[in-house]
Design a protein around this ligand. Structure first.
Ligand SMILES: NC(=O)C1=CN([C@@H]2O[C@H](COP(=O)(O)OP(=O)(O)OC[C@H]3O[C@@H](n4cnc5c(N)ncnc54)[C@H](O)[C@@H]3O)[C@@H](O)[C@H]2O)C=CC1
Ligand SMILES: O=C(O)C(=O)COP(=O)(O)O
Length: 388
């Protein structure tokens, strides 16, 4: 029986795929796997049994990814599974930041009780809420991954001129991006050119405060900024100052902090980007499948700290899965250690990712505790797991 700890509410459309070999709940002790959405895991102790964490979503800044790999814990996410939901809310926010929709609705509510006067007061007051159309304006998309691409392509079809910036653009993303999206060579080009700027990069030490005092100064007067990626990508103090001075006309964020919540021209949304039934189901299904594949067969798909690796099981073999450092001669040591223990390697695969690597050995012959210890004692080994 595999034990799965659920740190957030996960769609039953996903969890029902676990089947009878699994128990899952928010109270599970000593879990083999963890399912999580946005709950912060930075202060959590990673139990000895823990093999994998699946983030039902995209951003993994709530998970101590590096510490996980040092402990032999594979971290997965669900690329693209919630991208459409975020795209739709971003498109909605292009209009919200333009047309003063939120403040005008708030104002309209103040007319309650004015009886027959309401329609006259509406016509008299509406000029305070004029805002521009998005057609013909320039949009800068920073980060052209699953979400950025959908936003860029959709904005293009709404009549915007779109500039995209992503120095790490993947080949798949390049294939999916509309050819009419302009390729910005630098962030400064986006800042200098765009009427609207939307952020779709992960939060990392490099991207923290991507929007701050210096970058805001380089932007067009009256720019509108959308942040559906992570709060810390934007320096809130610098943003508030820019809003007060009119440098920024409006800021829509899915990650409001206390300072931003009620500030003028801030549209504060309570992290609803991925909160659609469709995305919650997609993410849960993908995360559960990834966990199952790893726990049951040692295959890795969509990990953020380990290479992708997948090998069909050889009937009649046992599988030894080894997480190790990516250093010379490690595989030679595996084969000689197995040979010394009378274990025959029928099939194997090894892949590396940066400093780390993962090797799967499908073996015949008895895999004794001594043989496993001999592998565990090799230098560079992080974790050895045998799947029968
Ligand atoms: N508001 C919400 O509910 C949601 C927020 N997110 C956030 O959005 C982020 C992006 O999500 P996806 O598009 O699904 O991820 P993704 O991994 O598909 O795309 C991220 C893109 O950012 C690019 N990138 C990385 N560093 C960059 C830099 N310094 N400058 C420019 N580009 C850079 C990468 O090359 C990649 O193409 C996530 O990391 C997460 O923080 C994701 C899903 C839901
Ligand atoms: O996928 C992401 O990165 C998100 O921000 C979505 O977070 P959530 O799963 O809605 O808590």
């Amino acid at each position: 029986m595999y034990k799965i700890l659920c740190l957030n509410k996960i769609s039953p459309v996903g969890t029902k795929r676990f089947g009878e070999k699994y128990t899952f709940s928010p109270e599970v002790q000593e879990p083999d796997g963890i399912l999580v959405r946005s709950a912060s895991m930075h202060d959590m102790e990673l139990g000895e049994n823990l093999l994998a964490i699946a983030r039902a979503g995209a951003g993994v800044n709530n998970i101590p990814v590096n510490q996980c790999i040092e402990n032999g814990v594979v971290v997965f996410n669900t690329p693209g599974a919630n991208a459409n939901a975020v795209k739709e809310l971003v498109l909605c926010s292009l209009f919200l930041t333009s047309r003063k929709i939120v403040s005008s609705i708030d104002w309209a509510k103040t007319l309650k009780g004015k009886g027959d006067e309401v329609s006259k007061l509406v016509e008299k007051g509406k000029s305070a809420f004029t805002g521009p159309e998005i057609q013909g304006k320039t949009l800068g998309v920073i980060g052209l991954g699953a979400i950025g691409i959908l936003v860029a392509n959709a904005a293009k079809s709404l009549g915007m001129t779109v500039y995209g910036y992503d120095p790490f653009l993947s080949v798949d993303s390049a294939w999916n991006l509309s050819r009419s999206v302009n390729h910005a060579q630098s962030l400064d080009e986006i800042f200098a050119t765009c009427d609207y700027i939307t952020l779709h990069v992960p939060l990392t030490p490099e991207t923290k405060n991507l929007v701050g005092t210096a970058s805001l100064q380089k932007m067009k007067d009256g720019v509108r900024i959308l942040n559906f990626a992570r709060g810390d990508l934007v320096d809130s103090d610098a943003m508030l100052e820019a809003l007060q001075k009119g440098k920024v006309s409006a800021y829509a964020t899915d990650f409001p902090d206390d300072k931003l919540l009620c500030a003028e021209n801030v549209i504060a949304i309570p992290h609803l980007g991925a909160s659609t039934p469709e995305s919650e189901d997609n993410c849960a299904e993908m995360a559960v499948d990834e966990l199952k594949e790893y726990l049951e067969d040692g295959n890795i798909r969509n990990s953020v700290n380990m290479p992708a690796i997948s090998m069909a099981r050889e009937p009649g073999t046992k599988r030894i899965c080894i997480i190790h450092k990516n250093v010379p001669n490690t595989i030679g040591l595996f084969t000689s250690t197995c040979g010394d223990a009378g274990i025959n390697i029928e099939n194997m695969q090894s892949k590396s990712r940066g400093e780390y690597a993962y090797t799967i050995l499908d073996v015949s012959g008895e895999v004794t505790a001594d043989a496993v210890s001999a592998l565990e004692n090799l230098e560079a080994i992080i974790r050895v797991r045998t799947i029968v």
